[in-house]
Design a protein around this ligand. Structure first.
Ligand SMILES: NC(=O)c1ccc[n+]([C@@H]2O[C@H](COP(=O)([O-])OP(=O)(O)OC[C@H]3O[C@@H](n4cnc5c(N)ncnc54)[C@H](O)[C@@H]3O)[C@@H](O)[C@H]2O)c1
Length: 342
């Protein structure tokens, strides 16, 4: 059986809870190295999982000829430079979201992937959630009729309860994060909505504010109104100020039904038809930080499949860039107090 040799750059929470366990569980993958600027963290991660090598400088890792693919699990400002260096060094890249801090960086990543002939995938795990795949299928089949509008939210109490560095985390610092909740959580939903609706957004109006986190130099609460190319309109909220309970729900309002996704603790999809019929699907909930783990998201499985079977990853650099562009346009709208064309 093929043994794809991979390494993980950044040994913080997403590496610990998703990338490393998913690589370790994959029968065709061998996790050969980890890297973190914090030596204790890198060393402990390697020791705990029997990973043979650890590095503190990612450039040294990239010179390791054994490594064929890397996950980039570092703060946002490092995604583009690390991904580009890795692609240039001949490694496939699975990069965390948001993929970059600007359109120019995202374009440079896409270009580096093209030139290297290596795979670049962005870790938008929400596409793999069963309820979201079901919604896409219901819409694409035409069963719901015309789609009129939507309401989507991703909010929780903030990254201090998640990041390995807690309240001191880079998540709150503009120079390392570039953007707060709107980039951390909002980009999940811009990507998800593009995926479910099967359409691109063309206009956005947004308030992207810092309401809740004292001392943060990034936003923590954002509300956007969005319009797609066919005229579907809706709202997207992204927040680190939903203090007592995570909200990860999306509601689609269509000609024949209302579809509620991740809006009920038992039924991850509820379809309320206008005939009065209600169909509930128990497809297994979304993996959340609240639920204590995110170790079978499907992201690593898909990345490995793309490499081993030489396919294009469904969430390519170009796809990640389109989802990022909606977020960048929301920031522009908030700054200018104008509806912005995307
Ligand atoms: N897809 C998702 O659902 C999801 C969830 C959480 C986080 N993320 C993303 O994953 C990335 C990492 O987030 P996290 O929650 O793991 O953060 P974290 O704060 O828990 O960990 C970040 C790690 O990166 C390390 N690091 C910093 N600079 C480095 C460098 N130069 N070289 C090597 N390591 C370095 C830090 O020491 C730390 O261990 C972020 O981009 C975040 O947006 C994605």
């Amino acid at each position: 059986m093929t043994q794809l040799k991979v390494a993980v750059i950044g040994c913080g929470s997403i590496a610990k809870h998703r990338h490393i366990p998913e690589y370790l569980a994959h029968p065709e993958i061998e996790l050969v190295a980890v890297c973190d600027i914090n030596e204790t963290r890198a060393k402990e991660m390697a020791q705990e999982h029997g990973i043979p090598t650890y590095y503190t400088d990612y450039q040294d890792l990239l010179q390791d000829l054994e490594v064929e693919a890397v996950s980039v699990c570092t703060p946002n400002y490092l995604h583009a430079p690390m991904s580009i260096d890795a692609l240039k060094a001949g490694k496939h890249v699975l990069c965390e979201k948001p993929m970059a801090t600007s359109k120019e960086e995202a374009e440079a990543m896409v270009q580096a992937a093209k030139e290297s002939g290596k795979k670049l995938m962005i870790a938008h795990n929400q596409r793999f959630v069963p309820s979201h795949q079901k919604a896409r299928q219901l819409i694409a089949s035409g069963e719901l009729g015309k789609i009129y509008s939507f309401r989507s939210a991703f909010g929780h109490g903030g990254p201090e309860g998640w990041s390995v560095d807690g309240r001191e985390s880079w998540f709150f610092k503009k120079e390392e994060a570039f953007i707060g909740a709107m980039g951390d959580l909002g980009v999940h939903k811009t990507d998800l909505l593009r995926f479910i609706l099967g359409e691109e957004f063309v206009e956005v109006g947004a308030f992207v504010e810092t309401n809740a986190k004292e001392g943060a130099t990034v936003d923590d609460t954002a509300v956007c109104v969005l319009k797609t190319e066919s005229g579907i309109i809706g709202t997207l909220a992204a927040s680190w100020s939903y203090v007592s309970k995570e909200d990860n729900s999306t509601i689609i309002y269509a000609e024949n039904a209302i579809v509620r996704l991740e809006d009920d603790p038992v039924s991850s999809v509820i379809v309320q038809y206008k005939t009065g019929e209600v169909v509930k699907y128990e497809l297994g909930g979304i993996q959340t930080n609240d639920a204590g783990g995110q170790s079978s998201s499907g992201v690593v499985h898909h990345f490995a499949d793309a490499i081993i079977n030489d396919k294009d990853p469904v969430i390519s650099g170009e796809e990640g860039m389109k989802s990022l562009q909606v977020v960048l346009s929301a920031l522009a709208s908030s700054d200018t107090k104008q509806i912005t064309k995307i």
